[in-house]
Design a protein around this ligand. Structure first.
Ligand SMILES: Nc1ncnc2c1ncn2[C@@H]1O[C@H](COP(=O)(O)OP(=O)(O)OP(=O)(O)O)[C@@H](O)[C@H]1O
Ligand SMILES: [Mg+2]
Length: 264
């Protein structure tokens, strides 16, 4: 099984949208896919199920070893796609997770998911690299960083990638798969310039070729609780995420252990 975390330092860059639609693309290609919400905001659950506030989920499992992984998995209409909502996270919101214990729980959880014969586990995270997100990264195989194509924020991306690379001290398995440009507006010069600036700033292999265009369809899909690819007008978006999935599958390779410097 491969476990991919979707992470960014900034909020609102399109992590949840990417997680949902990438999970849908993997499931659509026949891979048994589990989408896990590790963001206490509970956005995946709010987007894809109506009863998510009542669902036990990721944080219930972290806080209580008696909560079984199998019981918190929610099936979807697509046989190859299931999800786990974030659940009830009040203990973590108040006190934060305690690194050692939570990391152990996250690793046990992923081992259980693998035993249930999932091929891919995609984990949406809250903005920032702390708390449960640090534990998720310490247990994942790969991390993907969505970045909005806008002037502010692009310059901080190399530092973010370096911080992620340092997590390999705890998790030598972690592959920093790269940045996905999101909400790219083809008719806005500033958006295209920001995308070009990011490609200039980073080694070329650290920015995915596939970009996610800004499209109101994503907002409409999330309002209807659907991945964009199942919307009537969603064929083009489905192809975008198919191409991102295939790009990622080519990138997920056995890691080399050299030190990576992300500034050019
Ligand atoms: N490609 C897109 N085109 C248009 N709107 C988008 C696109 N991607 C995301 N959005 C919208 O932008 C907003 C933020 O997206 P999203 O919730 O995925 O970001 P996030 O990084 O998960 O945010 P947070 O840090 O709060 O978890 C949402 O309203 C979403 O519908
Ligand atoms: Mg989110």
């Amino acid at each position: 099984m491969i476990t991919l975390a979707i992470t960014s330092q900034k909020g609102g860059v399109g992590k949840t949208t990417l997680a949902i639609n990438l999970a849908h693309a993997f499931a659509n290609s026949g891979k048994r896919t589990l989408l896990v919400d590790s963001d206490p905001q509970g956005s995946v659950g709010l987007s894809l199920t109506r009863q998510s506030r009542h669902l036990s989920g990721f944080y219930d499992m972290l806080g209580n070893p008696a909560v079984s992984t199998e019981k918190i998995i929610v099936p979807t209409r697509m046989p190859t796609l299931s999800l786990i909502a974030s659940g009830h996270s009040s203990a973590y919101e108040l006190g934060g997770g305690s690194m050692g214990v939570t990391l152990h729980r996250v690793r046990c959880f992923l081992a259980e998911v693998e035993a249930l014969e999932y091929d891919v586990c995609i984990i949406d995270t809250a903005a920032g690299l702390f708390g449960a997100t640090a534990d998720v990264l310490s247990a994942s195989n790969g991390v993907i960083v969505p970045q909005q194509a806008e002037p502010l924020g692009v310059r901080s991306v190399p530092k973010m990638l370096e911080a992620l690379a340092r997590m390999r001290v705890v998790n030598p398995e972690l592959q920093v798969l790269g940045v996905v440009l999101t909400m790219v507006k083809e008719d806005l010069p500033e958006s295209l310039e920001s995308a070009a600036a990011l490609r200039n700033l980073l080694p070329s292999e650290m920015v995915m070729n596939t970009v996610i265009p800004r499209d109101d369809l994503y907002v409409r899909a999330s309002a209807r609780g659907l991945p964009v690819g199942v919307m009537e007008e969603g064929a083009e978006s489905l192809m975008t995420f198919e191409s991102l999935r295939s790009e990622l599958e080519q990138r997920i390779v056995p890691r080399t252990s050299e030190t990576v410097n992300y500034a050019k």
